[in-house]
Design a protein around this ligand. Structure first.
Ligand SMILES: CC(C)(COP(=O)(O)OP(=O)(O)OC[C@H]1O[C@@H](n2cnc3c(N)ncnc32)[C@H](O)[C@@H]1OP(=O)(O)O)[C@@H](O)C(=O)NCCC(=O)NCCS
Length: 189
């Protein structure tokens, strides 16, 4: 196992092709996919030909940025994933995008907050990150709460063009951010 990060209760490791079933199961839950696709699950073919190659591709380009599989330390159970990756918009070079997706059975235990905080702390202390950003649907209250608990603050609400509408998308997307300076201020209390 290629360990990336350990927290009190989580292990973050690299994905491998052996994670196909884990991802099929995760993306197979309509509640997990509610604010991503309106609830439509991903097919095994999509996982195999698009999702996994995308995740694995990051390890070829970056030593320490990308998608990380999350396991529950106590049980070894696959919980889902976090990403901490260069912004997909090349015009925003230097910004790191935080994201997460966990099994419904793992929700409400503070795992998303724990993993996010650990990635952010590592990013600012060891990886030379200057700014962490995240986007989610305006109506995705759990995700927004995680970002707030991890120290990010609301930057803007916007309406992306060309996206297939799903329930709640009429309220747009929100962008959150945390700069190194604000992270340092938070640490000092
Ligand atoms: C978003 C997600 C990762 C959160 O994971 P989690 O481990 O349950 O998050 P945490 O337990 O760390 O924190 C969740 C917080 O949201 C709150 N919350 C949960 N549902 C909520 C809701 N419907 N409205 C308001 N707050 C809510 C929780 O009470 C908790 O806050 P608290 O600690 O102040 O009580 C999880 O819900 C998920 O995987 N969702 C599906 C995928 C997804 O939407 N990903 C984000 C896409 S951008």
């Amino acid at each position: 196992m290629s360990l990336f990060l350990e927290t009190d209760r989580l292990i973050l490791r690299r994905f491998t092709t052996a994670d196909e079933d884990n991802l099929v199961e995760l993306n197979g839950d309509p509640e997990v996919m509610r604010y991503l696709t309106g609830g439509r699950p991903s097919s095994r073919e999509e996982i195999r030909s698009r999702v996994l190659p995308k995740f694995l591709g990051y390890y070829e380009r970056f030593e320490d940025l990308g998608f990380w599989a999350a396991e529950e330390k106590a049980t070894g159970r696959f919980l889902g994933w976090f990403h901490f990756r260069p912004h997909e918009d090349e015009a925003r070079d230097g910004e790191i995008e935080l994201g997460y997706r966990l099994h419904r059975s793992a929700w409400g235990k503070g795992y998303a907050t724990e993993g996010s905080r650990a990635l952010i702390d590592k990013g600012f202390t060891e990886q030379g990150v200057e700014r962490v950003v995240a986007e989610t649907m305006t109506v995705n209250s759990a995700s927004r709460r995680v970002l707030e608990k991890a120290g990010l603050t609301l930057v803007r609400t916007f309406h992306p063009e060309g996206w297939d509408p799903i329930e709640g998308s009429e309220h747009g997307e929100v962008e959150y951010a945390l700069s190194r300076a604000d992270w340092e201020r938070q640490r000092l209390g």
